[in-house]
Ligand binder design. Structure first.
Ligand code: BV8
Length: 247
């Protein structure tokens, strides 16, 4: 039975969507683990841990400054837009609930208009004051001379508002609560390497949700999904979301 047909039998009311770097690939944003990916030139330990930042803040700031600057050259693709449009349509029914959780630190879901959106790994467009913990909009590169607008006391006070390996992801209580109550969980464009995100499918499945993976290739946790659609997010996401767009 084709994917759309079996999904037509569902009438979801509480949907959680998880996205990873794959949904931004067609916008020109490098993924992490594909062959020309971001980690190709860097070891995680050297650019995406608190220890790396303490050891070589310039290298880490440079890694994120480059990626922040790239935001100006990329735009949401059809998958981002389809999710934002679907959310708006789906929430017209008052008892429906929709949460989009992204591992991505780019701002493409935000720019496509997604509203119920949580960045569990932080955002390139934000920085955080190491002294006060306050979060700031950050469009310019962070340099040792960058000053926060909260303390003004010295330099080297700003870090990227990014969750590094070994740090607690953001909004976890809200995410776990939504996973434990959802009836449909859709994972899009993630390799299933990184936890706790890669474990979300198990929580949703245990809660009785139908679980669907949309990815270019089977992820590390593919066997935990009821259904897998293999293909580019830009094509497959708009197609599958039409399944439940009755009007
Ligand atoms: C934490 C910010 C304590 C940085 C990132 C078990 C339980 C808990 C923790 C762990 C555990 N085991 C190991 C850990 C520790 C660690 C971890 O997971 N390590 C891995 C390497 C094994 N986890 C942590 O440290 C996390 N913190 O655990 O705190 C805790 C414990 C319990 C409960 C709560 C907290 C913090 C992890 C966050 C790290 N920060 N990002 C930055 O961006 O620079 S993670 C980083 O990887 C990115 O955010 C990225 O999104 C994420 C996952 O990668 P993907 O998005 O999946 O990208 P990837 O390239 O791998 O895959 C892309 C996929 O897309 C591919 O499959 C490809 O085929 C597909 N694709 C490509 N093109 C397309 C496509 N699909 C569709 N269409 C296309 N066109």
């Amino acid at each position: 039975m084709p994917a759309e047909d079996s999904l037509k039998l569902l009438s979801p009311q509480k949907i959680v969507v998880l996205t990873g770097a794959g949904i931004s690939a067609e916008s020109g944003v490098k993924t992490f683990r594909d062959n020309d990916g971001l980690w190709e030139h860097h070891r995680i330990e050297d650019v995406a841990t608190p220890e790396a930042f303490a050891r070589d803040p310039e290298l880490v700031q440079h890694f994120y400054n480059l990626r922040r600057a790239q935001l100006n050259d990329v735009a949401p693709n059809s998958a981002h837009h389809a999710l934002a449009a679907f959310e708006q349509h789906f929430l017209q029914k008052t008892d429906n609930e929709f949460l989009l959780v992204t591992q991505n630190v780019d701002n493409l879901h935000d720019r496509a208009g997604s509203k119920n959106l949580l960045h569990m790994h932080g955002e390139l467009a934000l920085s955080r004051c190491i002294n006060s913990g306050q979060i700031h909009q950050q469009k310019q590169p962070i340099t040792p001379e960058s000053r926060c607008t909260c303390c003004h006391i010295n330099h080297n006070t700003l870090r990227p508002h990014i969750v590094w390996f070994g740090e607690m992801p953001l909004h976890m209580d809200t995410i776990y609560q939504a996973l434990e109550q959802c009836d449909l969980f859709i994972s899009i464009g993630t390799s299933g390497h990184v936890y706790p995100a890669a474990g979300f499918v198990e929580i949703a499945r245990a809660a009785g949700a139908y679980t669907l993976e949309i990815n270019l290739e089977p992820s590390q946790v593919n066997r935990l999904f009821h259904q897998h659609i293999q293909g580019p997010a830009g094509t497959e996401v708009p197609k599958i979301l039409k399944t439940w767009q009755t009007i």
